[in-house]
Design a protein around this ligand. Structure first.
Ligand SMILES: Nc1ncnc2c1ncn2[C@@H]1O[C@H](COP(=O)(O)OP(=O)(O)OP(=O)(O)O)[C@@H](O)[C@H]1O
Length: 274
């Protein structure tokens, strides 16, 4: 049963590793965290710390030989790791969605964007669904949505394609959106536009947002809470302001030292030793 205090997403004791490895080796070790309704949780950590593997585990999109070895992932109290693939596929389209770093590789190159968007909506008449696609393309700030529906992925810039991908993720108004470095491949101006779009739609739709990034500037703008990952483990999880001002873990301090955030005083430890 759903209760008011129940988190939107609850990950506990999650281990991800290799199907065949002997002895068993894990890329993710004992991951615990949660996201509340409407909350933005950012995941930071150096390259290779396991951020994407964690996102793929939550979405159950891992490719062999990787697999979930143990743990629990609950969406609104429902355990996802035990669900049959068919039900999981439905949940992925309807209740949770993901936006990846490289939109070009996420679309089929030979199909129009319109057909790929329409494919995401399972119920309703063709006409109503077409109107819903147009509305969402407009909502993410794309000019001439009708033309956009007829376009192929290669005809759009990276920033525009990322907006289409966000529109695709939002089509079914998911409760949770996972954005894995959604702006890394884009130039700074386009990046700012995409981030403010994400912020706006999150507020409008009341979605939970799991935002993966190694850009601390961006994270400080968006996050309510921050999860810090290192070598497949969570080393710190704290309210964003608290973590940025007074990082408790030496690794978090190390990350903050590497990228001073504009307009923000350096944390105490960095000022002393920096
Ligand atoms: N299919 C795979 N086979 C073997 N190792 C893998 C596979 N996928 C990921 N890894 C390893 O898992 C670890 C975590 O990788 P992951 O991509 O999750 O890190 P990340 O924090 O998202 O990095 P980045 O910021 O560069 O995207 C890395 O050591 C990586 O080499």
């Amino acid at each position: 049963m759903k209760s008011a205090a129940q988190p939107l997403l609850e990950v506990s004791g999650l281990y991800t590793g290799f199907q065949t490895a002997e002895p068993r080796r894990s890329l993710l070790t004992n991951i615990h965290f949660h996201i509340k309704q409407g909350e933005t949780v950012a995941v930071i950590g150096e390259s290779g710390s396991g951020k994407s593997t964690m996102a793929l585990s939550i979405m159950r999109l891992l490719e062999p030989p990787l697999c979930i070895q143990a743990g629990s992932v609950r969406l609104e109290g429902q355990e996802l790791l035990q669900l049959p693939d068919k039900e999981m596929k439905h949940i992925r389209g309807q209740r949770m969605a993901v936006v990846f770093q490289d939109p070009l590789s996420s679309f089929h190159p030979m199909l129009t964007l319109g057909s790929q968007l329409m494919e995401c909506i399972k119920d309703g008449s063709r006409r109503a669904n077409y109107a819903r696609c147009l509305e969402m393309l407009e909502r993410v700030g794309l000019p001439n949505p009708e033309k956009m529906m007829k376009s192929y992925p290669f005809e759009l810039s990276g920033g525009m394609l990322q907006r289409v991908m966000i529109a695709m993720g939002l089509l079914n108004r998911p409760k949770l959106l996972i954005a894995d470095e959604p702006t890394t491949a884009l130039d700074v101006t386009v990046q700012a536009g995409i981030l403010s779009l994400l912020k706006d739609v999150q507020r409008e739709f009341g979605m939970g947002l799991l935002f993966i990034s190694h850009d601390l500037g961006v994270v400080s703008e968006l996050a309510d809470r921050i999860v810090v990952m290192r070598q497949g483990e969570i080393v710190e999880c704290e309210q964003a302001a608290q973590l940025l001002q007074c990082p408790a873990h030496p690794y978090t301090r190390h990350l903050l030292e590497m990228v001073p955030i504009l307009g923000q005083p350096l944390p105490e430890q960095v000022r002393v030793y920096g």
